[in-house]
Write a protein that binds this ligand. Structure first.
Ligand code: SF4
Ligand code: SF4
Length: 344
């Protein structure tokens, strides 16, 4: 289904969503940060940015959440499971790369066990994406088989066609249902071919050359060269829409407790530290190699998807100026490949 949305109708849209019982999450400016967060009014929405600082993932995989509570009385353990965590919501104005991360992550959260927290939130949340009309040097969606107007993961895709109007395209039944619920807000599609204002994102490397190189170079001096300046702060993993590692801890007394799931990250030294004191990834080059291998080799082999959508957040946020697309460019080109370290 195609429609148009005029900017002057945004107030009616956000009010309409509230009236229909949706929570609305949208980009909002707070000092120098543009954050996807809950909004109450259309005036709060920020449009003129390349990318939000946080990614969409925290609305499906929160930074921290209680997954059960328990009480212990002598030999009896009672368990209480949380309810009401999947809130009917619309994420409005996220970027296509963020939306594309969701079907990629669906595969791991429906794999060896089904994660009800992820699945129920996926059902409850509708994604209304705005195609990028500008980009920066960190963006590389076109190098990982996506585009600034990619449709994967979006229920509705908006594309700017003039300064005050968006083309509205529904991509799923859920998206179509949302547009029908609020049909008075939308206008009929333009006659003829609209002038879609979509950014041009430069292709930085040949993705087809990355995995074959990784297959052959688990041991290679390039890993140490790349990671020398990495300080292991983990910021890259927390802002990444496709990094999904978490830890589970019990916060408890002798008689009761909460089991809590918290974000974790492969760039932290303690991530793989065993109780024995042994750490199979004791150095930062091993941890950096794991991040690249997981995203561009292991996940591809297991789920047939690259675990990166080219949003560029990890490079924008890195205090040590590590740039993932520059590294992928180096390993995907013959000239950039140093000799491997001997495996003996
Ligand atoms: S953000 Fe940069 S310095 Fe921090 S762990 Fe990631 S690559 Fe290393
Ligand atoms: S690895 Fe970096 S560029 Fe790729 S999805 Fe994660 S944050 Fe975005």
């Amino acid at each position: 289904m195609e429609k148009t949305l005029k900017k002057e109708k945004l107030n009616s849209l956000i009010t309409g969503l509230k009236d229909k019982g949706y929570k609305t999450i949208a980009p909002k400016k707070d000092n120098n940060l543009i954050t996807l967060c809950e909004i109450q009014e259309a005036d709060e929405i920020h449009f003129d940015h390349v990318q939000t600082n946080n990614s969409i993932k925290e609305y499906f995989l929160p930074k921290t959440e209680k997954i059960l509570s328990y009480t212990i009385e002598k030999t009896k353990v009672s368990i209480e499971e949380p309810e009401g965590f999947a809130v009917k919501s619309v994420v409005f104005g996220s970027r296509p790369c963020d939306a594309a991360s969701l079907p990629i992550m669906d595969k791991v959260f429906n794999w060896d066990c089904t994660d009800k927290f992820w699945i129920e939130r996926r059902e409850a949340i509708t994604i209304v994406t705005i195609a990028c009309d500008k980009c920066d040097s960190y963006c590389f969606c076109t190098s990982v088989c996506l585009a600034p107007d990619a449709k994967q993961g979006s229920d509705v895709l908006l594309t700017k066609i003039s300064d005050d109007e968006y083309l509205v395209e529904t991509e799923t039944e859920k998206g179509e249902g949302l547009i029908k619920e609020l049909e008075t807000v939308f206008s009929e599609p333009p006659s003829g071919t609209p002038d879609r204002q979509v950014a041009t994102v430069e292709k930085k490397f040949e993705i087809d050359k990355v995995k074959p190189w990784l297959d052959e170079n688990f041991v290679h001096k390039i890993w140490a060269e790349f990671s020398t300046k990495c300080i292991g702060c983990g910021a890259c993993t927390f802002v990444c829409p496709t990094c999904h590692c978490f830890d589970i801890v019990d916060e408890c007394t002798m008689s009761k407790g909460d089991r809590v799931k918290n974000w974790d990250g492969c760039q932290f030294k303690m991530f793989t530290l065993h109780t024995s004191g042994h750490n199979p990834r004791s150095t930062q080059d091993q941890r950096w190699r794991q991040r690249i291998m997981h995203k561009f080799k292991y996940y591809v082999e297991k789920f047939d998807n690259i675990l990166c959508v080219g949003c560029g957040r990890c490079s924008r946020v890195c205090p040590a100026d590590m740039n993932i697309s520059e590294m992928l460019e180096i390993i995907s080109t013959d000239e950039g490949q140093p000799e491997p370290v001997s495996k003996e």
